[in-house]
Design a protein around this ligand. Structure first.
Ligand code: ZN
Length: 146
C-alpha cells in the first residue's frame, strides 16, 4: 500500500578512496606524530526532483569532478596545519612533496569533511546533503547543515 505522507526524496552517494598523511598539532596521542591513513570520502546529494533523464546528477560527472579535486589536492599529499611550522620546515627539506595546507586548523576528519562539503557546495549547491570522511574502517566525521 502506498504511503500518503512525506515528500519524495532521492539520494545519490559516491565513495572516493585516497591516501594522505597528517598529524595534529597541540594534541597528545597517536595522531601527534606524522602518519597516514587510507581515507574514504563519502558524498551524499539529495533532491526531491530528477531531471528528464531520470538523474539527480550524473554519477560520472560527480566522480570526475570531486574525484579529480581529491586526486589533485589530497591524494598522496601531506595535510598540514598552516601553524605547524616544525612539520612544514621538515617537509620543505624534501625534494618530492605534495603538501595541502589548512589555514589555522588541524587536518582532522571533521575539518576535512567541512572543507570538502564547501567545495562540493560550489558545484552542486543545495543538492549537497552530507560529506563524510572515514579515517579508518570504523570511524568517520560528517559535516552537514541543519
Ligand atoms: Zn590520523
Amino acid at each position: 500500500m502506498a504511503r500518503d505522507w512525506g515528500d519524495d526524496m532521492y539520494a545519490d552517494r559516491i565513495e572516493l578512496i585516497f591516501d594522505a598523511g597528517h598529524r595534529l598539532l597541540k594534541y597528545k596521542g597517536e595522531c601527534e606524530a606524522p602518519h597516514g591513513h587510507t581515507f574514504k570520502a563519502e558524498i551524499i546529494l539529495s533532491s526531491e526532483k530528477l531531471d528528464q533523464t531520470g538523474f539527480m546528477v550524473d554519477f560520472v560527472d560527480l566522480r570526475d569532478k570531486i574525484g579529480g579535486w581529491i586526486d589533485e589536492n589530497w591524494d598522496h599529499a601531506f595535510l598540514a596545519n598552516e601553524q605547524d611550522e616544525e612539520l612544514l620546515d621538515a617537509l620543505n627539506l624534501l625534494k618530492e612533496k605534495k603538501i595541502f595546507i589548512f589555514h589555522n586548523q588541524n587536518p582532522t576528519a571533521e575539518v576535512m569533511a567541512k572543507y570538502l562539503y564547501d567545495y562540493v557546495y560550489k558545484l552542486y549547491g543545495n543538492l549537497v546533503s552530507k560529506v563524510r570522511i572515514w579515517e579508518s574502517p570504523n570511524q568517520y566525521a560528517e559535516y552537514f547543515k541543519r
